[in-house]
Design a protein around this ligand. Structure first.
Ligand code: VAH
Length: 311
């Protein structure tokens, strides 16, 4: 039995689909702070605020999950508008889950970190698993602190918690909320709706990205791997596709020749993006649990446009 906390979000909503397919709809409980608009036959949803530890304890006691996926968090751009709230949600939400998992004997936990844990002095290209990490966004700081907590709870209490440093995730089903990499999702919606997009990052801003299908598959592969193979108990680097706004615009133009791309200067998200790596070295994930991406920029672009046109 699995519970997903933060199931309405960009990643949570698609993990819910994949986990229901894998384990059966009745074995996956989705939860978030607000009830979703639609629920299909047999789907279980619980409204929960991950900061309300008592409510969370009764929810976990009621459903007795063997796995928790904690996807509730405030992302980088919104975090810079409400730093105290971002720290509170990202840190105390995680602490509540870690402590309750210990108290209730819940075996396995997934918690997402991010390439946002790297900062201005981290290597920019092929950023290694272990290197200088000086994040300067509150989101990145909370994710770095969260990684340290996860590793600590594993070594001190034997908690089987697993984590991935997600790149920017690109998907068409649920729009992301408040991220710096969201341009790479918005561009597709705008290209199809208006034939043009005004990008809030500069043309040459290269960032590590990952298509949602690869992200969901990789997450479940990590969670299914034998515990003894998992050497990294902070969070695994994971690489997908690195590209710039100019490169993805060119790829879209191959399918929509009239698409027009323009750029907005001085958006606050530019400084966040400039502090992050351009590409990631994910050799530990490849070695420990056989990770490899399947989508490249061309196949992702085709798949995004095909799905947005038909859904
Ligand atoms: C964000 N999409 O932009 C998230 C992610 C690496 C980026 O953490 O904040």
């Amino acid at each position: 039995r699995i519970i997903i906390i933060g199931a309405n979000g960009q990643i949570g909503s698609e993990l819910a689909v994949a986990l229901r397919q894998k384990f059966g709809t009745g074995n996956v409980i989705t939860s978030d702070i607000r009830h979703p608009e639609t629920l299909k036959e047999g789907e279980i949803f619980e409204t929960i605020n991950v900061l309300d530890k008592e409510a969370l304890k009764s929810l976990l006691t009621k459903h007795q999950p063997t796995q928790i996926y904690l996807l509730a968090a405030m992302l980088s751009a919104t975090g810079e508008q409400y730093p105290q709230k971002a720290w509170d949600l990202n840190m105390n939400g995680l602490l509540n889950v870690l402590d309750l998992a210990l108290e209730l004997g819940i075996k396995k936990i997934f918690w997402p970190s991010s390439i946002a844990v790297f900062g201005p002095h981290s290597p920019k290209q092929n950023t290694e698993q272990y290197c200088i990490m000086d994040p300067n966004s509150i989101y990145g700081i909370s994710k770095l602190a969260g990684e340290r907590l996860c590793e600590y709870y594993h070594h001190k209490y034997g908690l089987d918690i697993r984590s991935i440093r997600y790149p920017g995730i690109i998907s068409w089903k649920t729009a992301p909320g408040g991220g710096t990499t969201d341009y790479a999702v918005h561009i597709f919606f705008e290209a199809l709706k208006h034939g043009k997009y005004s990008c809030f990052l500069s043309a040459g801003t290269e960032l590590p990205m990952l298509y949602m299908e690869d992200a969901v598959r990789g997450t479940i592969e990590l969670m299914e791997a034998p515990s003894e193979n998992i050497r990294i108990r902070s969070s695994y680097n994971l690489a997908g596709i690195s590209f710039t706004p100019a490169q993805i615009a060119e790829e879209i133009k191959k399918i929509l020749p009239n698409f027009e791309m323009s750029y907005v200067e001085n958006d606050p998200r530019q400084a966040i993006a400039d502090s992050w790596p351009a590409s990631i070295d994910d050799s530990y994930a490849q070695l420990d649990w056989g990770w490899k991406p399947t989508f490249d920029l061309e196949t992702m672009t085709k798949d995004m446009i095909r799905n947005l046109k038909t859904n």
